[in-house]
Design a protein around this ligand. Structure first.
Ligand code: BTN
Length: 247
């Protein structure tokens, strides 16, 4: 799976480096890892805290050659691979997936996934899969406003973890699942995702089209959208809603 490894001490964002490599023709599996990002980014234009040597900040290139509307499935596949790898590395922590791209422990975020796609005529030319894992950050590494909502494996376990082992575990999981996906499609990945999800069957506040509402996520559709049962009983697909934690 890994096509070529590029290691950096400091970059603005591993997403940018991987994108430049993809534009220059780098193959699927090319992996960019940085000790530190000065301008790490998350979804919705958020900043991603990426202090030096404390986490895993990496991006890799996929060239799945499929229609662009399947891209959300790759986010979910990546989340399953990451969740399985982190559960194995950080047992007995109870790590779950919050749709679409967060990994949580006890409601606090430990990892995020950012898939950025480039398409031509509705087909994916390449996808940059970015993963941030807060491995060995301490409380002091988080700005005060994040301390209530974010955590690290080290804080939760009470001991540091080896980052290289986690990266190897992730790619072993990813490779297996990507092969299953290419052979059998999304259905088996969907089953695994649903079993690891902390989102399903819990009434949740949601923002849909800028408006806040509530609904109960009941599953995924075949494109990877979240199916939400609204209060009026209708079940609607949600592609990019921003979930609001209950409470
Ligand atoms: C999110 O939860 O909003 C997604 C966070 C993704 C962060 C990773 S860190 C490596 C890669 N480079 C970035 O700038 N972002 C992703």
């Amino acid at each position: 799976m890994i096509g070529g490894l590029r290691l950096f001490d400091e970059v603005d964002s591993t997403q940018n480096i991987a994108q430049r490599l993809a534009e220059d023709g780098a193959p699927e599996g090319t992996l960019v890892i940085a000790e530190q990002q000065t301008n790490g980014r998350g979804r919705m234009g958020r900043k991603w805290v990426s202090p030096s040597g404390k986490g895993i900040w990496m991006s890799f290139i996929l060239r799945p050659g499929m229609p662009i509307h399947f891209a959300p499935q790759l986010t979910l596949l990546t989340a399953v691979a990451l969740c399985r790898a982190l559960r194995a590395a950080a047992a007995p922590l109870d790590i779950g997936i919050k749709w679409p791209n967060d990994l949580l422990i006890g409601g606090k975020k430990i990892s995020g996934i950012l898939l950025e796609s480039t398409a031509e005529e509705e087909r994916l030319r390449y996808v940059i899969a970015g993963i941030g894992i807060s491995v060995n950050l301490t409380e002091d590494d988080y700005p005060p406003e994040l301390r209530e909502i974010a955590t690290s494996l080290r804080i939760q376990l009470g001991r540091p973890l080896d980052r290289a082992e986690i990266i190897a575990g992730f790619f072993s999981q990813f490779q297996q699942l990507y092969a299953v996906y290419q052979r059998e499609g999304f259905a088996p990945i969907q089953t695994l995702w649903e079993a690891l999800s902390v989102t399903l069957n819990k009434p949740t506040r949601l923002i849909i089209g800028g408006l806040e509402t509530t609904g109960t996520p009941v599953g995924l559709n075949e494109q990877g959208a979240l199916l939400v049962r609204r209060n009026d009983g209708a079940v609607v697909p949600l592609f990019s809603a921003e979930q609001v934690p209950p409470g």
